[in-house]
Design a binder for this molecule. Structure first.
Ligand SMILES: [Zn+2]
Length: 236
């Protein structure tokens, strides 16, 4: 039984290491996810601004097209002037030209306003693109570092799991099940030291008789408070 107790202690130590590594791995994965999220957030802004630039450019292009048409109308009407015979018709064409010119002015004002807006959106877009490049440059080495560390961690975890299986295979089924059950229900700690009459798992005093039995028994004894398996500290 002493031998089994020793196995359980080694197994517990290994499980403690593996759990710490898993936590470390989860922390690194979280940092990676946060980096990805930051990149995605800025990329989303860049995409939105790109879409804004495309919309405004489209509107400007439509208005430029309208302007060309209207300018054509003005030229045609002006071309007709020398051929006009009556005063009434002359006045009517002049009015037509005047209206078309006002419309042109209106379109030109709209184009100017659009261009101001477009310049502002372009500036914002360029700023965000620069921010994006800076973020990517800043995080690239960290991303690589984490990816490498996670790769190493996975190798260690894989080797640790194999060692764990070897330990478990050496334990009797009932003991193995009990260990796994305690591990699951007692925050990853199934076997603990009894030190100076206290269970170091739950920090409760052990009944003196139980504590004394630990010195002589060949059985594995459990803490009556937290049910964890107990072993005796060498210093006791
Ligand atoms: Zn306890």
């Amino acid at each position: 039984m002493r031998e089994k107790l020793e196995l359980l202690r080694e197994l517990q130590e290994l499980d403690g290491d593996l759990n710490a590594r898993r936590r470390e791995r989860a922390q690194m994965a979280l940092e990676l996810a946060e980096i990805d999220e930051e990149v995605a957030r800025v990329q989303e802004m860049v995409d939105k601004l790109d879409a804004g630039v495309a919309t405004l450019s489209g509107q400007r292009s439509d208005l430029s097209h309208d302007l060309v048409l209207e300018e054509g109308n003005v030229s045609r009407a002006e071309g007709r002037l020398p051929t006009i015979k009556t005063q009434r018709e002359y006045v009517a064409v002049l009015k037509e030209i005047d209206t078309a010119k006002k419309m042109n002015k209106d379109i030109q004002d709209k184009i100017a306003a659009l261009e101001t807006e477009l310049a502002a959106v372009n500036r914002d877009r360029d700023e965000k693109v620069a921010e994006m490049a800076a973020i990517k440059e800043r995080v690239a080495s960290r991303q690589e570092e984490i990816a490498t560390a996670i790769g190493t961690c996975d190798q260690v975890l894989g080797a640790g799991d194999s060692r764990r299986d070897e330990f478990l295979a050496k334990l009797p089924t009932r003991m193995r099940k009990r260990y796994e059950m305690l591990l699951d229900r007692r925050a990853g700690v199934a076997i603990v030291e009894a030190r100076q009459g206290v269970c170091t798992g739950c920090n409760m005093n052990l009944p003196p008789q139980l504590f004394n039995s630990l010195f002589t028994t060949k059985e594995i004894l459990d803490c009556p408070h937290c049910n964890r398996m107990l072993y005796l500290a060498e210093s006791c």
